[in-house]
Design a protein around this ligand. Sequence first.
Ligand SMILES: [Zn+2]
Length: 271
Amino acid sequence: MRRRSASRLLAAIASATVAAGVRAAALEVRPGAVVRWPGAEIEECSLGERRWQPLDGACWYAIDLEARGVVELVRRSSGGVASRRVAVADYPYPTQELEVEEKYVAPPAAALARIAAERVRVVSLFALETPRRFALPLAAPLAALPSSARFGARRIFNGEPRSPHSGADYSAAQGTVVFAPADGRVALAEEQYFAGRAVYIDHGGGLLSMSFHLSETLVATGDEVARGQPIGRVGATGRVTGPHLHFGLRWHGARVDPDLLVGAARAVEIR
Ligand SMILES: [Zn+2]
């Protein structure tokens, strides 16, 4: 009994702490979500060190797939600086077990330098903040977009846990044309160890799209592309179990669920 009342006391303390936290952070969002905070005469939006311009009369915030805890959203307008806190909690994304070639789980020593160099090139793209060239919602990367996308899935490759799935996987037949989701500039197009043939497009406004595992790329690094332009074909290159398009979005550096911006913009609203 004593043990039970002690745990009840602890539970009461925990819920009081949570209540205090909830007062400070009114809104709960899942990792990978997009938050929209509309307002009049917004001059600048910011989160952490990143700053950007409003879009369609609102600040849009991308909540990274691995963000946890309280995140402070800041908005500067003619009326001054305002901030809102949102709470990012664990979200029950499903677990996905996959069997791939062993070289994609334990890369050979000879591949490590290549993997590291690719990582450096890619990480530098996450910091891009060029003038915005996209509108929301984004165009679909495939003519027929399947619904199951598995964003956020905890992945186990050949029995070993790896990082959560940071994009949407759209199954499609080998050779299916992949389209640019918006205007932009091809920041990088190359064949990579894990991503296979990959196209990274800078759409400005801090938005970077990634199309992986292509059988063929139809654009080159530095090319200007228009919304809806073919950029490649679906394939099974890199770490895959079969042909599909892996489509990822980084917005202001954060990994967000592409389904929230493609076809329709589905943001959590701050009022
Ligand atoms: Zn994927």
